[in-house]
Ligand binder design. Structure first.
Ligand SMILES: NC(=O)c1ccc[n+]([C@@H]2O[C@H](COP(=O)([O-])OP(=O)(O)OC[C@H]3O[C@@H](n4cnc5c(N)ncnc54)[C@H](O)[C@@H]3O)[C@@H](O)[C@H]2O)c1
Length: 242
């Protein structure tokens, strides 16, 4: 069982509501702000104010983590940061492999934002001998024949698929068989995976089409009966944000 599955099971057993889980990053951001100002302890009222929730809800949320604070003192900021980070899985690195190092894979490999969010790219794999051996962002591209070995040797937990559509399902089947349970798919194809595997699909052309739809509406274009159009852009950025 992967650490993420373990944590999901623990959470379910301890009964932490998803709404609470969704507020934890907000508390964490507020706590980081307090840490930056050198604040060591914080009352539930202060923290609730900084996070924009009411203090009863905050106390209830934190009680799910086993954190009750000390009467008259409040919560110890550093320890609460640790507890929330642990709950969210931020105390460990998530190891990522990118498969397909064409235009998109290269851009992703060079994206600096992964590391600061706890994601470490540890494998770049491609099927093209002309690309294998190339250095991209300080890493050497390996042949996709080594996919299973790379996943096992480096404990890869997230696979990013940036191959052409026709190759994506085959790559997906291999990463899943090798034990990966999280896949971020950029190929324009719906991947079939067994239960217990999470796939997030990013499709920029769908995002653009939705924006085009809303642009058309703003410009007074064809009116559709309620419910016939796609949801607002905010509903769809979810996959990109994940
Ligand atoms: N999701 C989006 O918003 C978005 C945007 C652009 C492109 N795409 C899609 O992302 C994918 C990559 O786009 P691109 O422009 O980088 O394409 P590309 O052709 O430049 O790169 C694809 C790479 O995959 C490699 N490849 C092919 N089969 C493979 C296999 N079995 N195993 C490993 N590597 C393999 C190729 O050698 C190539 O280097 C395409 O499916 C494309 O449609 C998605």
């Amino acid at each position: 069982m992967t650490p993420r599955q373990n944590r999901t099971r623990d959470r379910a057993e301890r009964g932490i509501p998803e709404a609470t889980v969704a507020r934890l990053p907000v508390y964490l951001r507020a706590l980081h702000g307090l840490q930056d100002r050198g604040v060591a302890t914080v009352s539930s009222e202060e923290l609730a104010g900084a996070a924009g929730v009411n203090s009863a809800k905050l106390r209830k949320d934190l009680s799910h983590l086993g954190s009750y604070g000390t009467r008259g003192v409040g919560y110890e900021v550093e320890y609460l940061v640790y507890q929330i980070s642990r709950e969210l899985g931020l105390t460990q690195d998530w190891v990522v492999a990118i498969i397909g190092l064409g235009n998109l894979g290269r851009a992703l490999a060079g994206y600096g934002g992964f590391a600061s969010r706890g994601f470490r790219v540890a494998g770049l794999l491609d099927a093209d001998d002309a690309i294998v051996g190339e250095r991209i962002s300080g890493m050497t591209v390996e042949h996709v024949d080594r996919l299973e070995d790379v996943i096992a040797e480096r404990s890869v937990s997230i696979a990013v698929i940036a191959t052409p559509a026709g190759a994506a399902q085959g790559v997906c089947d291999r990463v899943v068989a090798a034990g990966v349970t999280s896949v971020l798919n950029f190929a324009p194809v719906v991947l079939s995976v067994p239960d217990g595997v999470d796939v997030r699909k990013v499709d920029l052309s769908i995002e653009l089409q939705i924006l085009a739809f809303h642009e058309q509406r703003k410009a007074g274009g064809p009116e559709l009966p309620d419910g016939d159009g796609p949801p607002g852009p905010a509903h769809y950025v979810e996959a990109v944000d994940a």
